[in-house]
Every structure is written in C-alpha cells, then in structure tokens.
Design a protein around this ligand. Structure first.
Ligand code: FCB
Length: 456
C-alpha cells in the first residue's frame, strides 16, 4: 500500500553552500586573502592543484543562481559569508563592496521568497589572522566577535537565521592537527587550543547577533557521523569512545553547558595534547561557550565503524568492500539513513536543544549529463529519499526537527578533493559555468511542493 510522508506545516526545505566553495572572485573588489586561498595556491595541497579562484563564479552569477533556487522551489538557502571579503585584514578596515554583495544577495533572496540562513564561518579565515596564529590564539576569537558585529549591523535587520560556526571539529582537527585542510598545520597541542577558541568565539558571537537582530534565531552547525565500534573487544569499544569524544562530545557538551567531557580531557592529557600548565581555558570561558542557543544544526552524511589496531593508537574507520554505489558514495562514505535518526535523537534527547535543523545532508556522485542534457543521478535521489524518510522518522519519534538543507545546491570545490567530488543537485560545467538541474533537483522540487512524498 502506498504510504504518504507529509512533514509538519512550516517545515523548511532548503539547500546549502559555502562561500569559498562557490563564490570565486578570490581577489576581486577588495577581498583579502583567506587561508583557503593560500592553501589551495600551495602546490600539492589539493587534488589536481584545484583552487577556489573561480569555483562556481557565484559572485558574478548570483542573480541567475537565485533564479535556479526559485525554479527548484527552495524555501530557504544556507550560505556563508567570506570574512576576508568583509574585513580584508581580519579586523579594522571594512570593505564596503563585500558587504554590498551579501546585502544584495539577501535582498534578492527575500524578493524571491527564500529565507536566508547565514553561516558566519565556513572555514575561510583571513590569512592576516592566520599569520598571527589563527584559531590557536585567543585574539582570533575576539576578532570573530567584532566581525560578527560588522556583518550584523548590515544584515541583522533582514536575516533572522544565523549559524555562528560550521563544524568546528573539522576546523580544529583537520586544519590544525592532521593538516589536510587549511591552514595545514600539524600540531596536535595547538589544535586543542584552536578547538577552544572556536567554541569561545561562538559564545561571544551569540549575544552580538541577538543585539543586532531582534527576533533572530542563532545556532551552531555540528558534524556528527553515526558511529559504532567494529567489535565488542575492549580495545574497539574504547577506540569508539575516544573517537566519539573527540569529534562529537568535545564540542556538543560545552555548548550545552556540560563543560569539556572529563574522559576526553584525560585522553588529551595522556596523549600530551593538553599538557599540564595549559592556560588557554580561562575562568568564565565555559559559561560564555554555554550561552543558550535557539537551535542546533546537524550535518550528517554517513556511518563510521570504528576500530583500533593497537591500544593507544588513533581510532580508525573500517571501509568494507565491495562498495556498491547504492550503499557507498564516491567519497567512500556509507549510505546509512538510520544513522540520521540516531544522530537527531541523540542530540535532542541527549542535549535538549529547543529545535534542530539538518543543516547538511547529501551525497557525492559524479553522474554526468546524458545526450539529452539530463543528469540522471539515481543514486543521489535514492540517498536523499532515504534520508528525508529518516528525518521524518525522527520527527515521529518526537524530535522537533524544523528543516532540512541538502548539501549541496551546486557541484562545487570540495576542499582537499578539489572539483573531483560532486555533491550538487545542480550540475555545474566548470568550463562554461552552465548549470543543469539534475534529476535530484527535480525530485526535490516535488518533495518541497508536496511537503513530503509517496514512499512506494
Ligand atoms: C561538510 C562541509 C561542507 C562539505 C561537505 C561535503 O563537512 O561542511 O562544506 O564539504 O562536508
């Protein structure tokens, strides 16, 4: 029997992007250099030495892009602001042209009836601040609060949905510990300091947003895989505890007022990444980090199966094979929709945020246009359909989920993978900058229109 899934009234359907991944115009109209400009211009850091210099050329094509959003019927659009476009040196002089760009974008969205969801930090730190230590120093957190103030004074009247940070765990651990992301540092001690300053800057920004934008909703977007231990061995169970502690609880616990998880503090001490005498956590910081928010944004992609090969080693993910395209995206990430139910339930029942949004969910498949100019991305449709159904199950279980954002609206610059991974529901031909709605965008359009779908 056909089964209809209908979402609650006012459920918000959107799609997400990030400034460095789509804008291009890396040095236009007074924009300063970001750490991703520096990193991608350094040979060997990005697959094929790709850069975001042009990306989707959205800085130039934004009007047309709003037209595409309208065509899909998006109700909300999550994008991020490039800090060095607004403050080329990270603090001080404001680049009015940068502010004007976002101001026009916001007006265009509102005219199209699309709600702007703005992320203040999706990874493109001004290089000038990195030169002073980046997130490893407290002054960057102070600069972030000032940057938030500058943005809010211009956009606070019209934008009512704000996200301070996107995935601070990825920034701290990939940017400062493994060095796979900009700024490419490999210093595990400084990475822990970076994690603290990211969280502190979030706490400082929340009241700045509220002050400048009456009635605004503020939250943070946290990444959370659904992880399980690879076996019941004490070693694998402990690896799972450590990995979950470092990636999830280290960030979620303090923003919800629980302070840093004691077991992870012990892990970091044992590993020497939180040496005795560390003093970057100052009295009162944890209260600032715990400033109440209106929502939590959940970025969910896949399951992780966690093991360790020797006690004390870094936990690892297992990747079983063969990896069929129905079950594994081209990132090598497992398609595991039940994990989304688990993650949403975990955040809601475990931390009790007032509400939740899925701020990112999507899949990398490179399906190209066919001879008729269609993009039959069946695996992405399957991924999205099963995950939207999972989101619905979470609502049925009592989770106050208020919206869903597909990652991503466009194929774009996928960080260290360059342009090799395509997450878009809109195909982008990088040579011509032509866009094509993939079958997934057409499918999503009907979901939005019906506020749900038929399961069989
Ligand atoms: C998330 C990022 C986003 C995109 C997706 C695939 O971690 O927030 O920018 O790269 O992964």
């Amino acid at each position: 029997m056909a089964n209809k899934i209908i979402f609650p009234e006012n459920f918000l359907w959107g799609a997400a992007t990030a400034s460095y991944q789509i804008e291009g115009a890396w040095n236009k109209h007074g924009k300063g250099e970001s750490i991703w400009d520096r990193f991608s211009h350094t040979p060997g850091k990005i697959l094929n030495n790709d850069t975001g210099d042009v990306a989707d050329d959205h800085y130039r094509l934004w009007k047309k892009d709003i037209g595409l959003m309208k065509k899909i019927g998006l109700q909300a659009y999550r994008f991020s602001i490039s800090w060095p476009r607004i403050l080329p040196a990270g603090r001080g002089r404001v680049n009015q042209k940068g502010l004007d760009f976002y101001s026009k974008l916001v007006d265009g969205l509102l005219e199209a009836g699309i709600k702007p969801f703005v992320t203040l930090y999706h990874w493109d730190l001004p290089q000038a601040l990195e030169d002073e230590g980046g997130w490893t120093v407290r002054s960057t957190a102070e600069a972030f609060a000032d940057y938030a103030d500058v943005v809010m004074r211009t956009l606070g009247d019209r934008v009512k949905n704000w996200i301070t940070h996107n995935e601070p765990a990825v920034v701290a651990w990939l940017g400062y510990e493994t060095g796979v992301h900009a700024p490419g540092m490999t210093d595990p001690v400084k990475a822990v300091a970076a994690s603290h300053h990211l969280l502190l800057s979030h706490g400082w920004a929340v009241p700045v947003i509220r002050r400048n934008s009456p009635g605004a909703e503020v939250g943070i977007a946290l990444n959370c895989n659904w992880t399980v231990a690879a076996s019941n061995s004490a070693m694998d169970l402990d690896a799972h505890r450590r990995s979950d502690g470092k990636w999830v609880r280290w960030f979620a616990d303090p923003v919800f007022g629980r302070g840093y998880p004691a077991d992870v503090v012990e892990d970091f001490k044992r590993l020497g990444t939180l040496p005795d005498g560390t003093n970057f956590i100052q009295p009162g910081d944890l209260d600032i980090i715990a400033t109440p928010m209106d929502f939590i944004g959940v970025n969910y992609y896949n399951r992780g199966i966690i093991r360790v090969n020797a006690p004390g080693n870094e936990p690892q993910n297992i990747f079983p094979s063969p990896q069929t395209p129905e079950h594994w995206t081209e990132m090598g990430w497992e398609n595991h929709p039940d994990g989304l139910v688990g993650v949403l339930a975990r955040y809601y029942f475990g931390y009790q945020p007032p509400k939740l949004y899925i701020t990112e969910n999507g899949a990398s498949y490179s399906t190209p246009p066919d001879e008729n100019g269609n993009v039959p991305d069946v695996h992405r449709v399957n991924y999205l359909r099963t995950h939207v159904a999972a989101a619905y199950r979470a609502i049925q279980a009592g989770v106050p989920l208020a919206g869903y954002f597909v990652w991503s609206l466009f194929d774009n610059f996928e960080w260290s993978f360059g342009y090799s991974q395509r997450f878009g529901i809109v195909w982008v031909d990088y040579a011509s900058q032509k866009r094509i709605l993939k079958d997934s965008a057409k499918w999503y359009k009907t979901v939005i229109k019906r506020n749900g779908f038929q399961t069989v």
